[in-house]
Design a protein. Structure first.
Length: 318
């Protein structure tokens, strides 16, 4: 495996410079303060349509900072209670995904003893829309929404603060042990997991698979996945190039990575063209917390298996 080992060795050497703006820390400190002061006004409606033992399921709405109702599934082991709180996994879906029509795919995790929270991202393939007007500046990708404004009104600001509120809501549930919450996801969900772990030091474990949103400048330059529409926008408005990359720097998981303090188990497919390996490693290499990388030499843009996720949760959350 000489060639593959050499390729991995080169990836491990990647050290793209951070491009954080001078107000990066203040920007996110303000967002954290707003989330801390915000009432999610969550509504949980128990689902009784499934005759399943050992689990309780809730159709849930959690309100973002701008009042947008964010849909989520919350699934609890039957034994979870105020007097017997359980560890939890928040699973962020991939780009243009949703929480799923039926909350059954993660039952293996619940039966292993973990609560599962499955939130949506606004304006993707689920039922969650947006109270804040979102202008599609170019193409069809959500990444181009409000691309022509300030960072605090870009799509990613609203999307990521929504998920920060979800993390707060999850840790506040009496049936969940707040000190044993993991963030998990692939692609969009992987990059989001990294940013959530950086912005909430109480998160106990982060498991990003093929994480997106790392090294935005590189992603836009090669026009991979959702970054392609951003490239088209810059091609149309070249005078806005610097402004666009400045905005994206606030939402680059690479710029957040060194602020992660919990253990991280990442994964990378060397054949991935959506979140290319060099971009994944650009973020991963900045992590100073305990970390591991699962490398799949012939893997593409794929999630970790359910078995691997359960094993990791057992290892890191107990």
């Amino acid at each position: 495996m000489y060639f593959i080992q050499q390729q991995i060795a080169e990836l491990e050497k990647i050290d793209y410079p951070l491009n954080r703006e001078p107000d990066f820390d203040a920007f996110w400190a303000k967002a954290r303060a707003q989330v801390a002061a915000h009432d999610p006004a969550a509504v949980m409606t128990e689902i009784n349509d499934y005759t399943l033992n050992h689990v309780r399921m809730y159709d849930t709405v959690i309100h973002g900072l701008d009042g947008t109702p964010v849909a989520a599934w919350v699934i609890l082991p039957a034994e979870a209670s105020k007097n017997n709180p359980v560890p939890a996994m928040i699973q962020f879906h991939g780009g243009n995904g949703s929480r799923g029509e039926h909350p059954l795919g993660w039952l293996g995790v619940v039966l292993a003893g973990f609560a599962v929270v499955l939130p949506e991202f606004r304006n993707q393939a689920g039922i969650t829309q947006s109270v804040t007007p979102l202008n599609r500046c170019c193409g069809t990708s959500f990444a181009s929404l409000n691309l022509d404004g300030p960072p605090e009104n870009h799509y990613f600001y609203h999307a990521f603060t929504d998920q920060m509120v979800v993390v707060k809501f999850t840790m506040g549930l009496p049936e969940i042990e707040a000190s044993r919450v993991a963030v998990v996801g692939s692609s969009q969900g992987g990059g989001t997991s990294m940013i959530m772990a950086a912005q909430n030091r109480d998160i106990a474990f982060c498991m990003p698979a093929v994480p997106s949103y790392c090294a935005w400048e590189r992603r836009v330059f090669i026009q991979s996945a959702c970054a392609g529409d951003i490239a088209k926008y810059i091609e149309r408005f070249p005078e806005r190039c610097k402004d666009v990359f400045r905005m994206l720097s606030y939402f680059d998981a690479m710029n957040h990575a060194d602020q992660i303090r919990c253990p991280v188990l990442c994964s990378c497919g060397l054949k991935d063209t959506a979140t290319p390996p060099d971009c994944v490693y650009a973020g991963y290499n900045k992590i100073t917390a305990p970390k591991e990388m699962n490398v799949y030499p012939f893997g593409g843009h794929a999630s970790e298996s359910l078995v691997n996720i359960i094993h990791a949760l057992k290892k890191y959350l107990g």
